[in-house]
Design a binder for this molecule. Structure first.
Ligand code: AMP
Ligand code: ZN
Length: 473
């Protein structure tokens, strides 16, 4: 098929035409979340953009296979045996086991993704499923002379590579500023850039999850999971590897080092990185107390898809500053947009020539380094154009395969949600919850008062074995 998609490749520092390894097919790997807390909306910017990339590739005709890992083991906040083990930190905070934390926040992550219409990748693989693969890769690296044992841990020897800092022309010294804290502390390393493949001697001796290995009981380092999981599902050559810009160094740099040393050939051709969402005070991060989540946006009355539109209106290669003022404007724009589309009369004939012309413009915008704001402009332009409602509706439906903003369904859903019946149902369910809480606190007078107040409004509550049911009297 004709290759027409271009995007910025961090490896070559250029916008490049995407040419996959196999004609018509595209393999994609996405670094998944570390499931020790809710995802913040910054993390979700990366996943929205990666979703957009996947859907654009599909839209222009590629058969895409996309894989994502779930980081449910280890993941220190730095490369050496320093910083904090994020999973352990989460488990301690909530008095749960690491696996309970992982399960809870994996589910929460996919629930947020669903609200943002982010498609679940074809394969989702938790790191804890692949320990045998990690051990095999590490054993091979040792055999090939790329890894060594020191102080009970296994390290990757970066001095064995011709080029370690593949992503940047910056000097080694400059890059190491980011890991400065570790550098002095880990005396087991032969070279400053070396990184851990397997820990058996860690300062985290209360680590919950440990596995037997040829080097003793321990657990994997931070980077090995992405190399192994992507190879397990996508083979030895991959087209696109995605992540946020913070992943460039050290995570992706180390992934390339160990993968190519293991394989003995080039591994991934295109590296796609999404810039950060910031707030006025800087980068949004999970470690900061009250961080921004999808639930927080919902509790303030925003439709999560308004946040998706906000992300689509910016370019992924620019940092994006979040503010509620901008989100308010976006919310008003979204309301108008879905209302306009919702009012279109979809019955009628579609003008195929117009349809094709607009679809081409839309594709051209997205194929031009994923210019999503231009793609949204094409949507607005076509809605203003002089053509049949049916053509506009068909185009909106088609564009939504990529934009995923519920363009043709949101208006009707909102109308239904605002109907008298839906409002009544929400009110009664809320009263039932309050009555349950009152009973739990043994405040039976309040529980009865709630029941009686509902009865006065013509609502009868029935306590059944399956819970409280309600009906109109
Ligand atoms: P984590 O759960 O920390 O492993 O991060 C999940 C994804 O979110 C990674 O691809 C990160 O690069 C990305 N990420 C982290 N912080 C931000 C941010 N402020 N804006 C956009 N992406 C981010
Ligand atoms: Zn990764």
């Amino acid at each position: 098929m004709e290759n027409k998609m271009s995007f910025y490749n961090t490896l070559t520092r250029k916008v490049e035409l995407f040419v996959p390894n196999e004609d018509g097919k595209a393999t994609m790997y996405t670094c998944g979340p570390t499931v020790y807390h809710y995802a913040h909306i910054g993390n979700l910017r990366s996943y929205i953009v990666e979703d957009l990339l996947e859907k654009t590739l599909r839209y222009v005709g590629y058969d895409v296979k996309r894989v994502m890992n779930i980081t449910d083991v280890g993941h220190l906040s730095s490369d050496a045996d320093t910083g904090e083990d994020k999973m352990l930190k989460g488990a301690k905070r909530e008095h749960k086991t690491v696996m309970e934390i992982a399960k809870f926040y994996t589910d929460a992550f996919f629930a947020d993704c669903a609200k943002l219409n982010i498609k679940t990748p074809d394969v989702v693989e938790p790191a804890t499923n692949c320990i045998a693969e990690f051990i095999h890769m590490i054993e091979t690296l040792i055999k090939k002379g790329y890894a060594y044992e020191s102080g009970g841990n296994i390290y990757f020897d970066t001095a064995k590579l011709d080029e370690y800092y593949v992503f940047s022309s910056q000097s080694e010294k400059e890059l190491l500023v980011g890991v400065r804290d570790d550098v002095d502390q880990d005396e087991n390393k032969r070279n400053k850039g070396d990184f851990v493949l397997w820990f058996t001697k860690s300062k985290f001796d209360d680590q919950e999850l440990k596995w037997d290995s040829p080097w003793g009981v321990g657990y994997p380092g931070w980077h090995i999971e992405c190399s192994c999981i992507s190879m397990k599902h996508l083979g030895e050559q991959m087209d696109i590897h995605c992540g946020g810009v913070d992943n460039i160094f050290p995570h992706h740099t180390n992934e390339i080092a160990q993968s190519e040393a293991y394989l003995g050939h080039k591994w991934c051709n295109y590296w796609f990185h999404v810039h950060h969402l910031n707030d006025k005070s800087g980068k949004i991060s999970k470690s900061r107390g009250d961080f921004l989540t999808v639930s927080l946006l919902e509790s303030k009355g925003y439709d999560p898809l308004v946040y998706r539109l906000f992300c689509l209106q910016s370019h992924y290669r620019k940092p994006l500053e979040f503010s509620f003022e901008v989100l308010d404007n976006m919310s008003a724009a979204y309301d108008k947009l879905v209302k306009k589309i919702g009012m279109l009369d979809k019955n009628g004939s579609v003008d195929q020539a117009k349809f094709d012309a607009y679809r081409q413009k839309f594709e051209a915008a997205l194929c031009d380094d994923l210019n999503s704001s231009m793609a949204v402009t094409v949507l607005y332009d076509m809605l203003k154009d002089d053509m049949s409602d049916a053509t506009k509706y068909a185009l909106a439906e088609s564009f939504d395969e990529v934009l995923s903003l519920n363009l043709t369904t949101a208006h009707a859903a909102r109308e239904a949600d605002n109907s008298v019946d839906a409002k009544l149902e929400r009110y009664v369910l809320d009263q039932i919850e309050q009555r349950k809480a009152a009973k739990k606190e043994k405040d039976f007078a309040r529980a009865d008062a709630i029941r009686n107040a509902l009865l006065e409004k013509g609502i009868v509550l029935e306590d059944t074995r399956e819970g409280v049911k309600w009906k109109k009297a």
